[in-house]
Every structure is written in C-alpha cells, then in structure tokens.
Design a protein around this ligand. Structure first.
Ligand code: ZN
Length: 199
C-alpha cells in the first residue's frame, strides 16, 4: 500500500482477523480480505488526536487590531465526530463555543475553534473531557494580562453505543460548561437562546 508496514501494523491486522472470526466471519473471503488494511488506515485517521504533532496552532490577534473592539459574545458553532471510550463507538453532534473577549485581550483566529475541536475529538473521549480539553487549549491561547471575560461551551451528541445497543434509544446527550461572565444566568441564557436553533 505504498507505505512500509511496521511490526505493529502486522500485529493489529492479525488481531482484526481474530475479531472477524470471533463474530462468526471468514476473514479470507473476498469482501473482507482487505478489511484489516482499511481499518489500520482508518485508525490512523480517526485517532490522529494522539499525535502531538497534529495539535493545531491557535493564532490570536490583539482585540482592536482591525479597528474594532469586540466586547460582546462571539460564538462559533460546528459539527464534530468522536469515539466513545466506553465502547469504541462513534458519537457525533454539534458544538457551540462562546467567549467574551477582554477589550484589551485577544481574539481567536477564524476556524481555530473548529481545529481544536477536531483535534481533541480524534481520540477516545467522553463528552465531559472533550469539553475540558477544548476549553483548556482555548483558555491558554487567549491568556494574557487581560483574560477573556467568559467562556462557555455546549455540546450535544448522539452516541451510537446507546442508539444501537443496550436500551436502543436515541442516545442524545448534552453537556454545558461555563466560566466567568457566563456564570451570570442572563448571559448564559442569551448564549443558549442564540444557539438553540442552530443544528
Ligand atoms: Zn459508549
């Protein structure tokens, strides 16, 4: 497949064959014979979040640099995919990230939040830790003498481990995190109101 196969690759492919046999399959049949190779490639992609070199650089700008000073809620929303650490099954959904920059603090570069979410979602995760990982990175990037006035995040995701097995009910789960100004109910409600119709 172009790339030199490592001993670890060979071992994991054998393990995948074992799993196929375990569930009652014949790993050598036409449709399955390349499946271990495909899974190894896929593992590298969906678990790229274990590789420190893939950690996104978060560019920031001084607030006011473009002639405008932001002092209100800035929200970034998007979709993500991750894998639950309890079952190694996908969970996927929407995130809404909000912060209120300090007038003399920093502003995040466009698309930076999406990259941070993607990176931390590319590991075995639970929603609570995904939130902590995202917030920690963004907080560090925005840290200076003038910290952001508040940070909040809402994540809603469907867990296939709940939808496909066990109770077989739609496994939607929502987690919310708030700090600083978002601890004020009115400000938090404004954030939730602004994002409630965004999928
Ligand atoms: Zn699970």
């Amino acid at each position: 497949m172009g790339k030199l196969e490592t001993l670890a690759d060979v071992r994991i492919k054998n393990h995948i064959k074992e799993i196929l046999m375990y569930i009652g399959e014949t790993p050598d049949r036409e449709g399955l014979k390349d499946t271990p190779d495909r899974i190894v490639l896929m593992l590298a992609e969906i678990f790229r979040g274990y590789s420190k070199s893939q950690k996104p650089k978060i560019t920031t700008f001084p607030n006011g640099a473009d002639g405008l000073t932001y002092s209100d809620i800035i929200i970034d929303s998007g979709k993500f995919y991750s894998m639950c650490e309890h079952h190694m099954m996908p969970f996927f959904g929407t995130y809404h990230f909000a912060y209120i920059p300090h007038p003399k603090g920093k502003i995040l570069g466009l698309s930076k939040i999406a990259r941070v979410v993607d990176f931390h979602a590319a590991r075995l995760q639970i929603q609570e830790r995904l939130i902590t990982d995202i917030v920690t990175d963004i907080r560090t990037a925005l840290d200076c003498n003038h910290k952001p006035l508040g940070i909040a995040i809402k994540i809603t995701a469907e867990h296939l481990c709940k939808s496909m097995r066990g109770v077989k009910k739609q496994g939607v789960m929502t987690n919310i995190y708030r700090e600083g100004a978002f601890e004020n109910k009115e400000i938090m409600n404004e954030f939730l109101e602004l994002t409630k119709d965004l999928q």
